[in-house]
Design a protein around this ligand. Sequence first.
Ligand SMILES: CC(=O)SCCNC(=O)CCNC(=O)[C@H](O)C(C)(C)COP(=O)(O)OP(=O)(O)OC[C@H]1O[C@@H](n2cnc3c(N)ncnc32)[C@H](O)[C@@H]1OP(=O)(O)O
Ligand SMILES: O=C([O-])CC(=O)C(=O)O
Length: 382
Amino acid sequence: MADDLKKGLEGVLVAESGLSSIDGDAGRLIYRGYSIEDLARGASYEEVLYLLWHGELPTADELEEFSAALSEERGVHDDVLDAMERLAAADERPMAALRTAVSMFSAYEPESDADPEDLEATMRKGRRITAKIPTALAAFERYRQGEEPVDPHPELGLAANFLYMLTGEEPGDVHAETFDQALILHADHGLNASTFTSMVIGSTMADIYSAVTGGVSALSGPLHGGANQDVMEVLFEIDESNLDPLDWVEQATDEGRRIPGFGHRVYNVKDPRAKILQERSKELAEEGDDKWYEITTTIEQYLSEEKGLAERGIAPNVDFYSGSVYYQLGIPIDMYTPIFAMSRAGGWVGHVLEYQEDNRLIRPLSRYTGPTDQEFVPVDER
Ligand SMILES: CC(=O)SCCNC(=O)CCNC(=O)[C@H](O)C(C)(C)COP(=O)(O)OP(=O)(O)OC[C@H]1O[C@@H](n2cnc3c(N)ncnc32)[C@H](O)[C@@H]1OP(=O)(O)O
Ligand SMILES: O=C([O-])CC(=O)C(=O)O
């Protein structure tokens, strides 16, 4: 067993989870048994959070109470706002600012002395983190724009409130609903790299702030959550090249470039979340500028069919269409991955809570490939 090296832990079963399940051949995703399509169509992000954390959908009263509790926790300490202002002035990247913000929230945690095994307290801390992330992120963006932060709006849901805090204006229903759906779609996804990172940290019984900070860090990479920003940058590059999009893609793939937003460790077909986001992108394009939607679908069709990627099981993932959706919602492109984190924080917290209920330290093995029996020579004789 120990000799059986599985690079990237590909296909290795390391945990049991009741949160979400992916059928990579059928292109199906469920959260606690509910299809992602039904949740995206009928639920709110708050409902999905409740579902992930409590195991079942809330009643109307439970949802009201849960949403109110989240809304009450939205405020962030002035020190965090100051830090966001300084980081914006230092031209920090939003994902790095978010990493700092989450880490900093812990300094103002009212239950910081709670026993790490008190999972009810961990859930309350997770709720605080999830509620505060949008506020810190929006404040960072406001400072970058030379504006003061906007206080959270107690009457708005998490998605609409984030858009409100970004602009100071209440979003229209279509924008608020589309963004809420995007948050639902990104909330959880089995043992992806950032969730696994959070779980590894949680398995040491470190606090939930550490686990979520680790999750943000892992999500930031271009092979994972960072790809949504990269997709939009590719779309800009195509647009600015003045080339036909297909000629651009042909050239890029001939040069061996990977197209971000394509390929997945688990899906061999199109990611069901990409299908839903594609529909949203299309609807938004019909209202305004259809350029980005058109380029994206053209590339998808070309890569999938003419370049034969579909046959090889390489298909659009969730990041392929989220960029053009966020662009049409007026969100700055380097906020796309932080928005992913804003939603996925719910999944990280849910998985850590679930794992810690029956915790076992995660500690795999590596095969040593270095030298053995070296003769030590003191530094002044080397
Ligand atoms: C939210 C998310 O995290 S979703 C993923 C977001 N990331 C991206 O979109 C970045 C682009 N995609 C990728 O780099 C990869 O598909 C990953 C990292 C997501 C998954 O990769 P892995 O499971 O490790 O697959 P791996 O890198 O081994 O690729 C398998 C084959 O598919 C090809 N492939 C994978 N992704 C792409 C792509 N985007 N474009 C072209 N070819 C690709 C590889 O070249 C490789 O081909 P080969 O067998 O001929 O060498
Ligand atoms: O599952 C993965 O490996 C990546 C992914 O799509 C996600 O985290 O949403």
